[in-house]
Design a binder for this molecule. Structure first.
Ligand code: C5P
Length: 286
């Protein structure tokens, strides 16, 4: 029996731009991504036998191939043609689900990295990212992590100068968001504000945290249905009021986050937001 424990960090979108719709129905994206220390933990165990099983400490998660952690293991086995025995994945879920934080994609990426090491597959991170591409659009970024530019439909990853360290307060509003519905709303829209991605890339090169923070922007925010949008605006307003250098929504939402230089301010913001939102986390960039 052999076992390994791997962590699966949440991701934030410092920027999110949609450049257009492709013929295959997917969208051309341009996003600056950042990992944070809030993470799921996965223990992978290999024994004699065969099959893949998943257990999780959160009741409503699918435990079959619909779960990206299982999908990633299946895909890796298919791509490498290797039989590694009976795989048990135990998932400790800490990153909120359906939140715009790539929790499921990060679990998939952690399974790919973990199995590569546990089974001595010797695959490069680039190859793992390529395999991850077939599991989900955010998986290639999650394989590599850190601060990176994601383009194409999420498969072209360029590592960037790391965002200077800071504290992050996350708040997830209680309403659900449908990703395909948001893309459809975006397609129906004629013109829109766009993030200054080049400005963010320049600020990253210069190690200018506030330059990044004040340019954070997500095109999905403006097309949210009015009540959801005003809730997102309210939470962002609170974060800024508490001293955040910038605040934005991550991915297709609904999680909102703020960047803080000082821990005391971040703690005060966490406390204040807990009063108005059920799921609030204080974390750091990694
Ligand atoms: O790849 P993933 O399962 O994360 O994508 C979920 C949905 O988001 C897709 O079915 C598609 O509707 C939309 N999507 C898109 N363009 C992308 C990524 C996702 O249209 N680049």
């Amino acid at each position: 029996m052999a076992s390994i424990t791997v962590s699966a960090p949440a991701k934030l979108n410092l920027t999110l731009d949609v450049l257009g719709k492709r013929e295959d129905g997917y969208h051309e994206m341009k996003m600056v991504m950042q990992s944070v220390s809030l993470c799921d933990e996965l223990t992978l165990t290999i024994e004699n036998g065969e099959g893949i099983s998943l257990s999780a400490d959160l009741g409503f998660l699918p435990l079959d191939g619909r779960n990206l952690a299982v999908a990633a293991a299946l895909r890796l086995r298919e791509e490498t043609g290797k039989e590694w025995g009976k795989l048990a994945i135990d998932l400790k879920k800490r990153v909120p689900v359906c939140a715009g934080l790539a929790g499921g994609s990060s679990d998939a990426a952690a399974v790919l990295r973990g199995l590569n090491e546990l089974c001595g597959l010797g695959l490069s991170m680039e190859r793992l990212a390529e395999i991850g591409e077939k599991v989900g659009s955010d998986v290639p970024y999650c394989v590599l992590g850190g601060t990176a530019l994601a383009q194409g439909w999420g498969e072209k990853i360029t590592p960037l100068s790391p965002l200077p360290e800071c504290f992050v307060v996350l708040a997830k509003p209680g309403f659900p968001i449908s990703t395909p519905e948001l893309f459809a709303r975006l397609d129906a829209q004629r013109s829109r504000c766009r993030p200054d991605t080049e400005g963010v890339l320049k600020a990253l090169r210069e190690g200018d945290l506030s330059g990044v923070a004040r340019r954070m922007f997500n095109v999905f925010e403006e097309i949210l249905p009015p009540r959801k949008r005003s809730r997102v605006e309210e939470l962002k307003g609170e974060l800024l009021h508490c001293g955040a250098m910038g605040a934005s929504m991550s991915g297709t939402g609904p999680t909102v986050f703020g960047l803080f230089l000082r821990e005391e301010e971040a703690k005060a913001a966490e406390e204040r937001l807990r009063g108005i939102c059920r799921e609030v986390f204080l974390t750091r960039t990694i």
